[in-house]
Design a protein around this ligand. Structure first.
Ligand SMILES: [Zn+2]
Length: 615
């Protein structure tokens, strides 16, 4: 406890001070004075050293004529030199200093530039433990023959592999030249040519301006399979066919989303399946969504994740939160659009079910969150922006937009959303921007449907506002009935119509099981439906949560297998949390598993689970 308290105090003292002058609470950058407009990357990917080496060249727009300094974000970077072009040709050295390292935000790189040059070049290398990169030995890949490296820049990890202004208010285009001696294929969040050969040299151009958190790179034994005219999938060879089958609807999803919200503005839309240690479900890297393999269920039942990442091509990537306090503008909009895509693709019954599940996960998470973290607009200054990645941004944000849709009707609301994307395309926006737009385009034009105090309630207070209508699903009502019959002994497990249930219906069934269910009844379900070891990761996860709570020891080995195979934080963290909560033997079991599994996890997952065991 003592160690934690000191660490926490140190964090507070160090973090708030140096950031106070910067316009973004999680960045040192002085982007109110000078801004990056374009980035050129020239990097060597060294698998032996787990290191990127080379330079980042930044094109600058000097906004403030009196500015004489460029401040960049870095974390764990070794800076070799900072160069500026000279009038007679060769680059010359610029003066710079690297501030003291701060655990959460890294180090400010302060470069003196009295002549306000148009370009500056930083020659650097990354640390093997860069928080935004994961280096996987061959053993941790599907094929087990080649190493793999991938990035995860959101929220503030881009600074651990590129020195830049790591603030979503700053947008820039980029081009990149990437080499690796392993002769593996590199893909980036840029134009990727599907016919590229794996020869260890790749070039990229991203011609639309993006914020730093959308910079992405992956290098591995990647193969391509087309899914349609403008979409396709990259994956390790052994995963490619299963992934192509699973995500076959991608091209149609793009069409459906365009019909709702206007043109897809990024050229191609490809998917890249990562090894199982990827900490998230998906990451909406523009033109190239990164995906966890845990959504390959074999039955296309988890494709709402594709709908989600695709939706980000409008909300988030096109119209971006100005800083992480407004994260709900990215994720609430995206969750809403995701649900509209699901409805258009698979019907309203499926969309209803997913909305009920979303509201249920919000309800569960609200019970655990401090009041201050329950409002849509957050105050994350001095804290890790990952703290804001809760169901509030996603599911409560979604619920607000659904509420507006219900009040105004789709004839009014759909064009309202579409225009939000059109007007703010390639811009970064705040909640105030949204509120001004909402007032002028909906509240004032159609008075009496939604009150301003309701809006304030959603944005700035905890809980769910009174006027919100809960989602409902007839299919789930039936599942609830079957569960009640089974629990009461009226229907044997074998007679449940569960073979026809969708993943969503299974999740509903499992979620409603009491935590005190006798072990024999858990065994009854398991024998008939083989839930322990289920190939569908969502169903397996929901089952393991119940197994831990009911003390169903038969599931222990499959839980261990699941936790050592998969590093997706959404699954890993709650399972460890349940085990730790029970204490005693269960906690020791969790510690044993974690000792084995931790080296295979991504740094983002490690940080979260470390915190849990330290409490
Ligand atoms: Zn998202």
């Amino acid at each position: 406890m003592l160690r934690l308290t000191f660490a926490f105090l140190a964090l507070l003292i160090m973090s708030i001070q140096p950031l106070s002058a910067a316009p973004d609470p999680h960045s040192y950058a002085n982007h109110d004075q000078v801004r990056i407009t374009h980035l050129t990357l020239d990097l060597e990917v060294d698998f032996e050293a787990s290191q990127l080496r080379g330079f980042a060249e930044l094109h600058l727009d000097w906004i403030d004529e009196n500015a004489r300094r460029l401040v960049l974000d870095t974390r764990d970077l070794s800076i070799e030199s900072v160069l500026i072009p000279s009038a007679d040709g060769p680059w010359k050295r610029a003066r710079y200093s690297l501030a003291k390292a701060e655990p959460m935000f890294g180090q400010a790189l302060r470069i003196s530039l009295p002549d306000r040059p148009e370009r500056v070049r930083v020659v650097y290398s990354t640390s093997p433990t860069a928080s935004g990169l994961q280096w996987l030995p061959a053993a941790q890949t599907a094929g087990k023959r080649h190493p793999f490296m991938f990035s995860q820049s959101q929220a503030i990890h881009a600074r651990s592999w590129i020195p830049l202004q790591d603030a979503p208010a700053v947008r820039f285009t980029y081009d990149a030249h990437i080499r690796n001696r392993a002769k593996l294929l590199t893909r980036m969040s840029a134009a990727n040519d599907p016919s590229d050969q794996a020869d260890g040299v790749d070039h990229f151009a991203m011609t639309q301006p993006i914020p730093s958190y959308l910079l992405a790179i992956a290098v591995g034994d990647l193969r391509f399979k087309s899914l349609g005219e403008r979409s396709g999938i990259y994956a390790e060879p052994s995963v490619l066919d299963a992934a192509a089958y699973e995500f076959a609807d991608t091209e149609q999803m793009i069409d459906v989303t365009e019909a709702l919200y206007g043109p897809y503005r990024w050229g191609r839309y490809d998917l890249l399946v990562l090894p199982p240690s990827f900490p998230f479900g998906g990451m909406e890297n523009p033109r190239l969504t990164f995906l966890t393999p845990t959504v390959i269920a074999g039955d296309r039942s988890l494709v709402s994740l594709i709908a989600h990442e695709l939706a980000h091509s409008w909300s988030g990537n096109l119209v971006t939160n100005v800083d992480w306090n407004h994260f709900w503008l990215n994720e609430g909009f995206t969750s809403y659009v995701e649900n509209r895509i699901i409805e258009a693709m698979y019907g309203s019954e499926r969309a209803d079910m997913e909305r009920v599940l979303s509201q249920r996960s919000l309800e569960l998470e609200l019970a655990e969150l401090d009041e201050a973290d329950q409002s849509l607009v957050l105050e994350l200054a001095g804290r890790d922006p990952d703290d804001g990645m809760t169901a509030v941004a996603y599911d409560k944000g979604h619920w607000l937009l659904r509420t507006l849709e219900q009040r105004y009707g789709r004839e009014i609301f759909d064009p309202f959303i579409r225009q939000w994307f059109d007007r703010n395309a390639f811009a970064s926006v705040s909640t105030d921007d949204f509120v001004a737009y909402l007032r002028s385009e909906l509240l004032d034009k159609h008075p009496g449907k939604f009150r301003d105090d309701e809006l304030q309630d959603w944005l700035h207070y905890g809980g769910i506002p009174g006027g919100a209508v809960a989602a409902s699903s007839q299919a789930f009502d039936l599942v609830d009935g079957y569960r009640a019959d089974w629990l009461a002994g009226r229907t044997p497990a074998a007679d449940l119509p569960a073979q026809q249930w969708s993943t969503q219906e299974w999740l509903r069934f499992l979620d409603g099981l009491p935590d005190q269910l006798p072990v024999a009844r858990m065994a009854e379900l398991d024998q008939i439906y083989s839930l322990s070891g289920a190939g569908n990761s969502e169903i397996a996860f929901a089952w393991y949560i119940k197994a831990i709570r009911t003390g169903y020891a038969e599931a222990r080995a499959p839980i261990e297998g699941f936790l050592t195979r998969i590093g997706r934080r959404k699954f890993v963290l709650p399972l460890f949390t349940e085990l730790v909560k029970r204490g005693g033997e269960d906690r020791r079991f969790a510690e044993q598993i974690y000792a084995k599994a931790r080296p295979g996890y991504h740094a983002i997952t490690q940080v979260s689970v470390d915190q849990l065991f330290a409490e």
